[in-house]
Every structure is written in structure tokens, then in C-alpha cells.
Design a protein around this ligand. Structure first.
Ligand SMILES: Nc1ncnc2c1ncn2[C@@H]1O[C@H](COP(=O)(O)OP(=O)(O)OP(=O)(O)O)[C@@H](O)[C@H]1O
Ligand SMILES: [Mg+2]
Length: 341
């Protein structure tokens, strides 16, 4: 379990694993993911396609059960909730916004009716439901679109209604999976402005998934998932902090502006593991072994100089093949066993 900021932690993922099995093939969508989010934080989650972002959102929303690990949201351990408690959690405590408008809204209902629906399902009725639906349409700045059906709304307006639907039962946590994936950049900015408003005015804790690292500008903290694990975090640059030692020719235009405002921190997990970014490994010729030494108040990591003495070429090759995921694991295991005999 992570120690950092635990007292104010609203959401804790501890060593989360999710394995999907389809026709005898196992896919590890989450591989020991640790994440802590404070109450009232606005966090962006980025990562390559297939890195596990949607799986994480589904786990946080109580839609997918992790294969191992812990998920605690607002003091509740999601793995210990009964089926009925989990249904209430999904209905009332968490709100979802998905990328596709069709997944968020029912096409034949008006905007107001779409917002009323989750309240009705949660057992609410009468004037309270009507009033809240109208207030939410006003909050997302669509007071003049109450009776429009989704098809009569633009993509950005549909996503704003979707946010209102997600907020209907006053959740404490809002999860959004690529909410602006189908919008142009100006409309995306409006949707992000709405998320920021909800975060600052209502104190809502919000996690937004995106492919685009530029959402760092829209959120307080950006976490990066790689291979089902938290790999790095981007935070706003502290005044006077050193910029990352990138290649000189990369520090131009958008890159230079990025470096001026943000810095990337590498995640060190509870077992002491960290991922060295690929561009550093390639640039410095890192292989499977490194040397470490304490220097200048930190740790200096450099490629191992006597690699041949520390590990045989066969071991190095086996590790390479495992990392490449080339499907030869049965063969590799027997070779490892064979070696030990
Ligand atoms: N229901 C499922 N059954 C089997 N495999 C799945 C399932 N859901 C996800 N996966 C696999 O788990 C991995 C992570 O998928 P996930 O959808 O979480 O990625 P993602 O980061 O959201 O990707 P994208 O950016 O493309 O949406 C992928 O390899 C995917 O094929
Ligand atoms: Mg996804």
C-alpha cells in the first residue's frame, strides 16, 4: 500500500491486477497498478492504446472486478461490497461519461428525460427530480435545450448533457473515458472548462482518461499508464526546477513550451520498482542490467559495464523474448528449467 498522502486519499488502488481470458489467451490489462487520488483532485490519465486506461475506469466504477489487489473509494473497499451495495455504488456514488454520445444518452429521450432517468432508477420521484434535472441543464449551460433529443444536439452539447446525466444522483466521483475523443479542439476546451468548474465549484473528484498528453494543461495532475502500471506523473513545474535533459533539437516549439510549464516525475512503486523511459534507455544503450551508485544526493544509473560477467547471453536473450511478448513462453520456461538442471 502507498504511504504518500494516505490521510487525505479519496481513492486508492493498491497493486491492482486484471487478467482477461479469451479462448485460452490471457491478457494482463492491469499489472500491479498503484494510484492514489486525493479528495477534490482533478486527475488526467494518459497512456497508449491498450495500456489499461478503460479497464482502470471500469474497475473504479465498480463495473469490472479486479483479479487481485485492492480498490478503496471514499473509505469503501469495492471488493468487499455485496452485490446490492455495488449497485448502489454505481448508481449513486460514481458518475460516468464515455467517449461515444450513444453510450451516454438514450436517443429517443429528451435531454431532461435523460437526466431524470438515473434519479428515477435510484428511487427518486416528483418535483425534486424535475427541479434537479433543470438545474443540471442550467449548470452545463444548456438552459435552452431542455426538450432536445440527442440527435438534435451537437457533439459538444451531447457531452455536456452526458455530464449532467452523470451528476444526476450527486456522485462524489466522476469518471470520464475519452470524453472529448470525438470533439474538435475548441469544443473539447469547453468540455474541459466544465470539468474544471465542477471540480472547483462542487469539489467533485474527477478522473479523465485521454490519449492526448496535452490534457496536462487542463488538469491538476496527469498520470501515465504503461503496460497496465503507473509509469510517470506530470506535474506543473516548480519555479526554478531544472528542465529535463532532452535532446537539444527536441526543445523547440510545443516541446519547449511544455518543458517550461510541466515536469515529468517517474513513479516509484511500493516495491521500489520504476520504469526508465524508453528514450533514455535507447540514448544511453541500456540493456538488461544497470549499475547504480549514490551520487550528488541522488542515484546515478548507468549501463552495466561488465554485462557479460553478470549474466549469460542466454539469460539476456530469454529476458528480451519475454519482454517482447513473442508468445514463446512455454519454450522459454522449459529452457529456463533446462538451464537449472
Ligand atoms: N473485456 C475484455 N476481454 C478481453 N480483453 C480485454 C477486455 N477489455 C480489455 N481487454 C484487453 O486489455 C488491454 C487493455 O485494454 P483497455 O481497454 O483498458 O485499454 P485502453 O488503454 O483503454 O486502450 P484505448 O486507448 O485503445 O481505449 C487490451 O490489451 C485489451 O485488448
Ligand atoms: Mg480505452
Amino acid at each position: 500500500m502507498q504511504n504518500q498522502g494516505e490521510s487525505s486519499a479519496f481513492l486508492i488502488c493498491d497493486d491492482l491486477y486484471k487478467i482477461f481470458k479469451v479462448a485460452d489467451i490471457e491478457v494482463m490489462a492491469l499489472q500491479g497498478l498503484d494510484l492514489t487520488v486525493k479528495r477534490g483532485e482533478l486527475v488526467g490519465v494518459v497512456g497508449a492504446s491498450g495500456s489499461g486506461k478503460t479497464t482502470l475506469m471500469n474497475v473504479l466504477g465498480g463495473l469490472t472486478r479486479p483479479s487481485a489487489g485492492q480498490v478503496i473509494v471514499d473509505g469503501k473497499n469495492l471488493l468487499k461490497l455485496s452485490a446490492r451495495e455495488l449497485t448502489t455504488y454505481r448508481q449513486v456514488e460514481v458518475g460516468f461519461v464515455w467517449q461515444q454520445g450513444s453510450r451516454n444518452l438514450i436517443p429517443y429521450l429528451s435531454a431532461l428525460d435523460n437526466i431524470r432517468l438515473p434519479m428515477t432508477l435510484a428511487g427518486k420521484a416528483g418535483g425534486e427530480v424535475d427541479q434537479r434535472a433543470r438545474e443540471l441543464m442550467d449548470l452545463v449551460d444548456l438552459a435552452d435545450r431542455y426538450d432536445h433529443q440527442p440527435i438534435q444536439l451537437s457533439g459538444g452539447e451531447q457531452q455536456r448533457v452526458a455530464i449532467a446525466v452523470a451528476l444526476a444522483n450527486e456522485p462524489k466521483l466522476l469518471l470520464a473515458d475519452e470524453p472529448t475523443g470525438e470533439l474538435d479542439s475548441a469544443t473539447s476546451d469547453q468540455v474541459y472548462a466544465l470539468f474544471r468548474h465542477l471540480n472547483s465549484e462542487l469539489g467533485l473528484t474527477i478522473c479523465i482518461v485521454s490519449h492526448d498528453p496535452l490534457i496536462a494543461e487542463q488538469v491538476q495532475r496527469l498520470v501515465q499508464i504503461r503496460d497496465g502500471k503507473l509509469a510517470a506523473e506530470t506535474v506543473r513545474r516548480r519555479p526554478g526546477a531544472k528542465t529535463a535533459p532532452r535532446k537539444a533539437d527536441a526543445a523547440t516549439g510545443a516541446d519547449a513550451r511544455w518543458d517550461e510549464h510541466f515536469e515529468e516525475l517517474i513513479v516509484l512503486d511500493s516495491a521500489g520498482r520504476l520504469q526508465i523511459p524508453k528514450h533514455y534507455r535507447e540514448e544511453l544503450g541500456f540493456q538488461n542490467r544497470v549499475e547504480m551508485e549514490v551520487a550528488d544526493g541522488g542515484i546515478l544509473i548507468r549501463p552495466a559495464r561488465n554485462l557479460d560477467e553478470t549474466s549469460s547471453q542466454a539469460e539476456i536473450q530469454i529476458e528480451r523474448e519475454i519482454r517482447a511478448g513473442n508468445g514463446a513462453q512455454g519454450g522459454l520456461l522449459s529452457r529456463i528449467r533446462g538451464k537449472k538442471q
